[in-house]
Design a protein around this ligand. Structure first.
Ligand code: C2E
Ligand code: CA
Ligand code: CA
Length: 527
């Protein structure tokens, strides 16, 4: 997968990682709001049913007590006094009274000048109580009473008592008997709420209300509690105030984790580590030609990296990254391993040939480098002169340590070349400090040859300086015959470049060296 798609994939994953907890917190808030609304409606309904049950019991108690008073004594002062005593202990009852032929004759708390016609009862309960809802009594304008009677004895109750003691006035409460006849209500009541009700607890919403219907234990009555949807929304919002910030934080953390994983996954450093583990690097070798004889005197090992996706990455990109992240010594170790493995046949067939290996500053500062090089030489069955250590000016900048390592190796017969000469901004003082074998003239100066530019003049100065220092020269990146001729004429000994050969695998190099060097020496070969 290419980098862009991986990044896009991670971006999508990051978005999901952020959205998921946020979406979840919104869903949870809604769920929590609804469940709070449900709990509140359940509590209110249960409370109404509990109060109505107490009321019913008190009605029964009161009527049972009154039934002991002979009906002939009804409405006498003595019986009214007795009734007042009975009602004093029953807190849900407003008063008691007597009924005959559908007419209320007297009550304990309001005097009736004439019998009050009630008409047919609104309801008859399972226990044989006849009930009239919301009756107005003379002398008590505005007040309404539910009248419940059996055998002429009546209990009078304020219909609001069962409902109004409860908080939350925005909730509608409707108390109905088993036939759906209204016993008492508060707030809005829509008859269609009963449509799907079948004697079991039911919860639903319509366009404006969240509604529950609870039956009483004995199924004699039921209570509808309805909360406006605006009230539900307020509960959802207050739950959201608690849940959504947590969702946002969690989403942020998850997205951060994905970003971290993405960075890790797509970072070149992580890829380099994997490449080292999986040995994704390989070498190509570019022949170094002796200008005078045109023979191949050696080759420079150049690292290549082919990602598992097949995509090649140039050393100019990943070598600086490996240096930056402290991985270059592992890279160099693998290069040395590969040279050891691949160049045995070449060195044995051409004992004078050299393989040049590029070393970075860290390699030159490490004591392990020498041991590794010795192991390499031993593995090829060659000698130390078969290896050229290429060091850039940057690698020589901290001279103390590098000098120790380099000089020790040079003393053991390894050759040392200064690479990319003239491109670093170091002083030339290291030329006096180090004993070197080769100076590699950077391609940028070779490119300038044949043109009357400062670059070409610098090239000649480098040539003269190398001669003064008695260093042999390797011209890098020779692409034209003209460059070749100028270099040969100026006394440069060696060159590498596309004019002669591009970097190639070891097998091809073996054939190349065989073809070049086994020809009659001295014959001018075509470039
Ligand atoms: P370098 O050491 O200066 O290597 C020479 C570069 O010039 C190579 O590029 C080579 O392929 C290229 N080259 C050779 N002849 C021509 C030519 O005629 N024309 C043109 N246009 N280019 C030519 P490459 O292989 O891409 O390497 C780039 C740099 O990466 C190297 O520059 C070297 O600094 C570094 N490098 C390569 N292999 C290794 C390695 O094994 N270890 C370390 N530390 N660095 C390496
Ligand atoms: Ca080099
Ligand atoms: Ca170079």
């Amino acid at each position: 997968m290419d980098r862009k798609r991986v990044v896009l994939g991670f971006f999508a994953l990051g978005c999901m990682a952020f959205m998921l907890p946020v979406a979840l917190s919104i869903v949870l808030s809604r769920h929590e709001g609804l469940s709070q609304a449900q709990t509140r409606l359940d509590e209110l309904s249960t409370d109404v049913l509990r109060r109505s049950k107490i009321t019913r019991l008190q009605i029964d108690t009161a009527i049972a007590a009154m039934e002991r008073i002979p009906i002939a004594e009804a409405c006498t002062d003595a019986s009214l006094q007795r009734m007042r005593e009975v009602v004093a202990d029953l807190n849900y009852l407003q008063g008691l009274g007597y009924l005959r032929d559908g007419k209320l004759l007297c009550t304990t708390f309001v005097q009736l000048a004439a019998p009050l016609e009630l008409g047919p009862p609104h309801r008859v309960t399972l226990s044989g109580i006849f009930s009239w809802s919301a009756q107005e009594l003379p002398g008590m304008p505005g007040a309404r009473f539910n009248i419940n009677s059996r055998n002429g004895h009546a209990a009078l109750i304020s219909p609001s008592l069962v409902l109004d003691t409860l908080p939350d006035p925005s909730v509608s409460l409707v108390h109905l008997d088993r036939n759906g006849v209204l016993v008492r209500s508060r707030g809005v009541y829509r008859r269609e709420w009963l449509a799907g009700y079948s004697g079991k607890v039911r919860t639903f919403s319509d366009d404006a209300y969240f509604v529950t219907i609870h039956p009483a234990d004995n199924l004699d009555t039921e209570v509808i509690a309805a909360m406006p949807l605006t009230g539900v929304d307020a509960l959802v919002r207050s739950a959201a105030l608690r849940f959504v910030p947590v969702g946002l934080i969690l989403g942020g953390v998850l997205a951060g984790l994905v970003a971290w994983a993405a960075r890790h996954h797509v970072s070149l450093k992580a890829h380099l580590r994997r490449a080292l583990r999986r040995r994704e690097f390989f070498l190509l070798y570019q022949p170094v030609i002796e200008l005078r004889t045109r023979r191949c005197v050696g080759a420079e090992a150049l690292i290549r990296w082919k990602r598992p996706s097949g995509k090649p990455i140039g050393p100019a990109v990943f070598i600086p990254e490996a240096e930056k992240h402290g991985l270059i010594q592992h890279v160099t170790a693998q290069v040395m391993d590969m040279v050891a493995e691949e160049s045995k046949a070449l060195i044995q067939r051409h004992p004078e040939i050299h393989i040049a290996i590029n070393f970075s500053a860290d390699d030159l500062h490490s004591d392990q480098t020498e041991a590794r090089l010795r192991a390499l030489v031993a593995a090829t069955g060659g000698a130390s002169h078969n290896i050229v250590i290429e060091a850039t000016e940057r690698g020589l900048i901290a001279p103390d340590k590098a000098q120790g390592v380099l000089m020790s190796m040079r003393a053991k017969g390894f050759k040392v070349a200064i690479d990319d000469f003239g491109t670093g901004n170091s002083s030339l003082s290291y030329l006096a400090t180090y004993d070197l074998d080769y100076l590699k003239i950077d391609k940028s100066f070779i490119d300038a040859l044949g043109r009357d530019t400062p670059g070409s003049r610098v090239a000649f100065h480098i040539v003269e300086m190398a001669k003064t220092l008695r260093l042999q020269m390797v011209a890098e990146g020779v692409e034209t015959q003209e460059q070749h001729d100028i270099l040969a004429e100026r006394g440069v000994q060696f060159a590498q470049g596309w004019l002669y050969a591009k970097p190639m695998p070891m097998e091809a190099l073996l054939a190349f060296v065989g073809g070049r060097n086994d020809d009659a020496a001295g014959d001018p070969l075509p470039a």
